[in-house]
Ligand binder design. Sequence first.
Ligand SMILES: [Cu+2]
Length: 380
Amino acid sequence: MKTSRTWFAILAVCAAVTISLPTMVYADGDHGGDDSDVPRYFGVKFTRGGLGKLNAAGHAPIGVMGDHMHGEGELMLSYRYMFMDMGRNQIGREEVSPDFIAANVANPNAPPATFRVVPTDMNMEMHMFGAMYAPTNWLTLMAMGMYVRKEMDHITFQGGAGTNRLGTFTTVTKGFANTKIGGLIKLYNDGTHKIHFNAVVGLPTADIENEARVLAPHNTAPTLRVPYAMQSGSGSFDLHPGLTYNGKYEDWTWGAQWTSEIRTEDNDEGYNFGDIHRVTAWGQYSWFPWMSSSLRLAFETEGRIDGEDDQIRAPIQTADPDNYGGERVFIHGGLNFMGQSGAIRGQRLALEIGAPMYENLNGPQMTREVIITLGWQYAF
Ligand SMILES: [Cu+2]
């Protein structure tokens, strides 16, 4: 990564802290009346969500980001673990076998004329560390750092043509993804219906020069820069605008959210991932104050990669910028647990599992087979 980018990222984080400091001091001087005995440090209230019942369905399912705002002076820390498994290759909606890809699908970096290495399975683990703080009721600041581990299994076909298998190999990469910072801005709140704007940016902190040892078709084992899918993030400066709606009535809560990832530039290696647009809607029911369940539908459309990294040239589908993006519809089921008293008061534990209903992919490309998100949140 260019040093200018690193400095830009550091500057942006400092700027966000600086902007929020005066309001934190203001909040400290503003409290009064019934919560004056609540300890405050730098404007942060240590109330553990007050004295009333905390509702497990008070936040959206854990797979939704930037879904809720906080009241003035509240701070929330969170950790999410996300696991995604990918497999089966598709072109459009049609499943294709590794042999079909090796024998028929053209390699844009020919020779060889077709792809000679085919990915068969991939899994991704992501660790997300987040913080939210509300200097005032109409603004919640948020920051999230992410660390990613990816593992991909491949079949190598022998030589330049045919379907004789030479062997298999697995590559593993680890690194930081982009860092998200920004704010959620209240637009409307009448107690039943709430709407806020998501103003978040993605800073180019991702590792995009990951390498791994591969098995090449002529039985050599070079170390190469891995294809785009195995890099740790976009590496570009991205905008993440969005709009979020939340509603509640008795034991029910529901909501909907639009978010996008818009690339504003090429990354340092000369390409950018396609823009992503997501729309999701959910419903939740609180069985008890401490437990709720959720059902969520999610639609996503993503463009192809624009430009290319000239160090990514292997005869594998993931090295072709055109084999990225597509449309996906997922259904997710979730559970939320909310601690009501003692040491666990204010602590939230949530799980969401998603499976595909529809995938139309620019391919050949592997399908997403399952997404699991496990999260812990603590507001005080
Ligand atoms: Cu929060």
